[in-house]
Design a protein around this ligand. Structure first.
Ligand SMILES: Nc1nc2c(ncn2[C@@H]2O[C@H](COP(=O)(O)OP(=O)(O)OP(=O)(O)O)[C@@H](O)[C@H]2O)c(=O)[nH]1
Ligand SMILES: [Mg+2]
Length: 305
C-alpha cells in the first residue's frame, strides 16, 4: 500500500494509520513527515475549548455539517482527557459526533497523556496529516484551561471558548483567564435559564480584551445559533488566512526550540548516567556535604563548557 498517495486522496484508513504512527512516535512517522512537510502550514486550525460537559462535542458535530455546506472540508481532533484504557470519553465523543462523521468529516481522538511535550508534538503532526489529506479547517476539541497540557490557543488560529448558563464553572473559568484567549465566545445551552445573564457577564469580562471577540448564543438542543456560528467561522477563516504565514513562522520557531531542547535534554540525561562529576557531587550530596542546588550548579557548569 502506498500510504502517501492514499493520504493525498484523503482515505480514512490511511489517515488513521498515519496518526497512529505519529502517536507512537515511530521512525516511520518521521519519514512520513519528511515527505509531507512542504505541503503543510496553510489549513486553518480552530480550537474549541471550555469546561467539561459544556457541549463542545455536540457543537462540533452540528457545526461541521454547517461548515461543509459552506464549502469547507472540516476534520476534528478531540484531545482525550482520560486514559485510553477506559475508552469512555472516546466512545462518548463518537456518539455525539455521529452526524458529522456521516457527512464525511474526519474525527479522531488523540491521547492527552504521555511525556511532557508529547501531546503538542502529536497534535501538531496530526494536524499536518489531516492538512495533507485535504482538510481545512481542522477543529481541535480540548477541555480548557490549565487542565490539558496543551495550551490550545498556541496552536489554533481561531480559538472558541464555550460556556454554559447556570454553572458556577463558567464564571470561574471566565475569571481564571479564559477571557484572554477567545476569538469567539459561545454561550451554549442557550435553551436553559440564565443565558442572558451569562451573555452579559461574558460581554463585561471581555470588554477590555484587545482582540474584540465575538459573542454568540447557541443551543444544540434547539438547533439555534449554529448557522451564524459556522458563518462567523468561515469569515474568520478567510481573515486569519491572510496572517497565517506569519503565525506559522512563529509556531515553527517555538516547535524547533522544543525539539532541540528535547533532544539536548535526552542526550544530557544519557551523559549524566556515566558522568564522573555527577557521581562525585552525588556522593557529596548524600554525605550532606553540599546542598542539591550547589551540586547541580557544579555539575551543569562542568557539562556546558
Ligand atoms: N440543554 C442542552 N444540553 C446540551 C446542549 N449541548 C449539549 N448538551 C448536552 O450536554 C452534555 C455534554 O455535551 P458534550 O457535547 O459531550 O460536551 P463536551 O463539552 O464535549 O464534554 P467533554 O468532552 O466531556 O468535556 C450532553 O448530555 C449534551 O446532550 C444544549 O445546547 N442544550
Ligand atoms: Mg467532548
Amino acid at each position: 500500500m502506498d500510504l502517501l498517495s492514499d493520504l493525498k486522496k484523503g482515505k480514512r484508513g490511511a489517515i488513521a494509520k498515519a496518526i497512529t504512527m505519529i502517536e507512537n512516535d515511530q521512525n516511520e512517522a518521521r519519514n512520513l513527515l519528511k515527505k509531507i512537510f512542504k505541503k503543510t502550514g496553510k489549513s486553518i486550525v480552530i480550537g474549541i475549548t471550555g469546561p467539561a460537559g459544556a457541549g463542545k462535542s455536540s457543537l462540533i458535530n452540528k457545526t461541521s455539517v454547517a461548515l461543509k455546506k459552506l464549502h469547507t472540508k472540516p476534520a476534528v481532533l478531540a484531545i482525550d482527557p482520560t486514559s485510553h484504557v477506559t475508552g469512555g470519553a472516546i466512545l462518548g465523543d463518537r456518539v455525539r459526533m455521529s452526524e458529522s462523521t456521516d457527512s464525511g468529516t474526519y474525527i479522531r481522538s488523540i491521547a492527552s497523556r504521555g511525556a511532557k511535550g508529547a501531546v503538542s508534538r502529536s497534535l501538531r503532526n496530526s494536524i499536518r496529516i489531516l492538512e495533507y489529506a485535504g482538510f481545512n479547517p481542522i477543529i481541535i476539541e480540548s477541555v480548557g484551561a490549565g487542565q490539558t497540557e496543551v495550551e490550545i490557543s498556541n496552536i489554533a488560529d481561531i480559538t472558541v471558548v464555550v460556556f454554559n448558563p447556570n454553572t458556577g464553572d463558567s464564571i470561574q473559568t471566565i475569571k481564571a483567564g479564559l477571557t484572554e484567549i477567545g476569538d469567539i465566545y459561545l454561550v451554549n445551552k442557550s435553551d436553559l435559564d440564565g443565558t442572558n445573564q451569562l451573555f452579559d457577564a461574558v460581554r463585561d469580562f471581555i470588554g477590555e480584551s484587545e482582540k474584540n471577540p465575538i459573542i454568540l448564543k447557541t443551543s444544540v438542543k434547539k438547533n439555534t445559533g449554529i448557522g451564524p456560528f459556522a458563518k462567523t467561522l468561515k469569515n474568520m477563516m478567510l481573515e486569519k488566512g491572510k496572517i497565517k504565514k506569519k503565525k506559522e513562522g512563529e509556531r515553527l520557531e517555538v516547535e524547533l526550540k522544543d525539539i532541540v531542547l528535547n533532544n539536548l535534554s535526552q542526550r544530557m540525561g544519557e551523559l549524566l548516567e556515566s558522568d564522573k562529576t555527577f557521581s562525585k557531587y552525588l556522593k557529596r550530596l548524600l554525605a550532606k556535604d553540599i546542598d542539591p542546588f550547589e551540586a547541580a550548579d557544579k555539575i551543569s557548569k562542568s557539562l556546558i563548557k
